[in-house]
Design a binder for this molecule. Structure first.
Ligand code: NI
Ligand code: MN
Length: 227
């Protein structure tokens, strides 16, 4: 059993009842965040890339909870310099933690912390998370790429895919991603947070239903589903 809760934008928590991890904790400054960062209690913080709407509150949450930040090496190093406990990985690599198994996947995007001057934080990633007997793919921010089919070969119960366009896949490419990954269930993310990535989530739901074998479940910020 795995409970997956959507906290808006690209942020989710996953919990098997004993442990909880959070992915891309952009809560402070997110108008759709259902909870404040200081309410989060987790064992680990997974971060796909350095952009503010993903790194978000990762460092303060990790410090307060004594949680480890799991991120690509360059981004992990940045977080370590901010005083967080980190576990650095990179694309293609997997590791078993006390709470689950994580593998970093490719993601077609950028990665930098936009300070002055910007700190480049290597390649962005996606995560395959195996926890509570279930496998979740969080694609991160990415465009469509054919090797998503290889991610799918690992047997994905639930895919969390960006659909907001402009910075990531839009609806049509995200539907193609569903065809490549072939998850049981797909949950759209990275849309509607701001006008630039506003989209018609109903259209995505309809296309997933008519063009793929997956079930689409749209979660409102704060809602959760059980795998
Ligand atoms: Ni980004
Ligand atoms: Mn983003």
């Amino acid at each position: 059993m795995l409970k997956v809760r959507y906290l808006g934008h690209a942020c989710f928590t996953a919990s098997e009842g004993t442990h909880t991890v959070i992915i891309d904790p952009f809560l402070t400054g997110n108008p759709r965040a259902p909870v404040a960062a200081d309410q989060i209690q987790v064992d680990a913080v997974l971060v796909t890339h350095g952009h503010g709407d993903h790194l978000g509150d990762a460092v303060p949450i990790a410090k307060r909870c004594g949680a480890v930040i799991v991120a690509p090496y360059e981004l992990a190093t940045y977080c370590e310099k901010q005083g967080a406990q980190v576990y650095a990985m990179h694309i293609g690599g997997a590791h078993t933690f006390p709470w689950g198994w994580v593998k970093l996947t490719d993601a077609r995007h950028g990665s930098a912390v936009m300070e002055e001057p910007p700190v480049y934080t290597g390649n962005p990633c996606g995560f395959v998370l195996r926890m509570g007997g279930k496998t979740v793919y969080h694609a991160g921010d990415t465009g469509l790429f054919g090797d998503m089919a290889l991610v799918g070969k690992q047997g994905i119960d639930c895919a969390l895919l960006p659909i907001g366009d402009n910075y990531t896949m839009g609806i049509d490419d995200a539907v193609e991603a569903v065809k490549l990954v072939q998850p049981e269930l797909v949950v759209p993310m990275h849309y509607g947070t701001m006008e630039l990535i506003a989209t018609d989530v109903r259209l995505f739901e309809d296309k997933v239903l008519s063009e793929t074998n997956a079930t689409c479940k749209t979660l409102k910020p704060g809602e959760e589903l059980e795998l």
